[in-house]
Design a protein around this ligand. Structure first.
Ligand SMILES: Cc1ncc(COP(=O)(O)O)c(C=O)c1O
Length: 335
């Protein structure tokens, strides 16, 4: 990062940003890409590019774009948000078809964009199955809808399925990839799509106040991450699985069906605790977890700073701090 060659990114003159955008487009199998400060901005620009005010954005009801972006689709693009009930963060083509109202076009808001999240954050880092992805995206096309992927963690999905990320991104008009999550960068995201759509997103990046100057300093971290931090996501997944299985064996409720990537969700209800109380209790024991949208569920994450030894330590400390009794439950299904 310190040695990055830089220029004025806003004028298209930062060679490191340009290289990151070239690599990002290639990785995601899209024609072009745009470097941005955050995945939230990438999502919001995508919606603005693909829609007009008063149109409808359809997605899974607990998607990050609906619950964790301050109502951005309504604020920035005037969109009506339509959440579909999901299972493990996924929904079906049939649900999508039922949600779209082709009759009375002068009356109902026009359905315009379908957004998918892969992996799905609040469902626990869950992965869209290839057949389910094909079903929903084909149905969206048949219904004349635009497709956005919040692929902030799409590289985790690709590693979990053993397929190229480009394959998971192929059906979409625009794809968000976050550089700060499993990839470990201090900041940044990439929005990828066709050259005309990305040209429009580049114009809107300035409108939204997100245009940058010598951003090559941070883009350099993204290029490093593409070279060094993708294949190793498999280690994060293996460690999350190890932690989840050790916790279940020690009587801590974890829904193992959800542990597909680098998240382990723990339900504190079994210990009479809220998520916030559980987080505090575990912090006092030296284990950092975060809350989720589920009031009693907390989330442990594996990432490039968490080692095998850390996992073994967490697997000892968590049951101890919670007073778990071995052989208890495996946790209830959510969302
Ligand atoms: C699925 C998903 N999309 C988007 C974001 C937003 O990322 P950022 O913090 O870079 O804006 C997050 C952050 O947690 C996320 O989990």
């Amino acid at each position: 990062m310190a040695n990055a060659e830089v220029g004025d990114d806003h004028a298209g003159e930062d060679p490191t940003v340009n290289e990151l955008e070239r690599r990002g487009a290639q990785l995601l199998g899209q024609e072009a890409a745009l470097f941005l400060p955050s995945a939230t901005l990438a999502n919001q620009l995508a919606f603005r590019v693909l829609s007009r005010p008063g149109e409808e954005l359809i997605g899974e009801e607990s998607a990050h774009v609906f619950i964790s972006e301050q109502g951005g689709p309504a604020v920035h693009s005037g969109l009506v948000c339509r959440g579909l009930a999901g299972r493990l963060g996924r929904f079906t083509g049939e649900q999508l078809r039922a949600a779209v109202r082709p009759d009375r076009p002068n009356y109902y808001p026009r359905s315009r964009i379908v957004t998918l999240e892969n992996t799905h954050n609040s469902a626990g880092g869950t992965v869209w199955r290839l057949d389910e992805l094909a079903d929903v995206t084909a149905t969206a096309r048949e219904l004349g809808l635009a497709l956005h992927l919040d692929g902030s963690r799409v590289l985790n999905a690709a590693i979990a399925l053993g397929v190229p990320a480009a394959q998971l991104c192929a059906p979409f008009d625009l794809v968000t990839l976050c550089l700060t999550k499993g990839l470990g960068c201090p900041m940044g995201a990439v929005l990828a799509g066709s050259a005309p759509l990305i040209a429009e997103a580049r114009r809107l990046k300035h409108l939204f106040g997100g245009a940058t100057r010598q951003a090559g300093i941070v883009a350099a971290a993204g290029i490093y991450a593409f070279d060094h931090n993708i294949d190793r996501l498999a280690d994060d997944h293996r460690r999350a699985r190890r932690l989840a299985e050790a916790l279940v064996a020690a009587g801590v409720p974890v829904d193992l069906e959800r542990v597909e990537t680098n998240f382990v969700q723990i339900d504190m209800a079994a210990f009479g605790l809220t998520g916030a109380e559980g987080t505090q209790r575990l912090a006092a024991a030296g284990v950092g977890v975060t809350g989720t949208i589920h009031p009693t569920v907390v989330r442990a994450l594996t990432h490039l700073d968490v080692s095998d030894e850390d996992i073994e330590q967490a697997a000892r400390l968590i049951p101890q701090a919670l007073g778990a009794a071995a052989g208890a439950t495996t946790g209830a299904a959510r969302g």
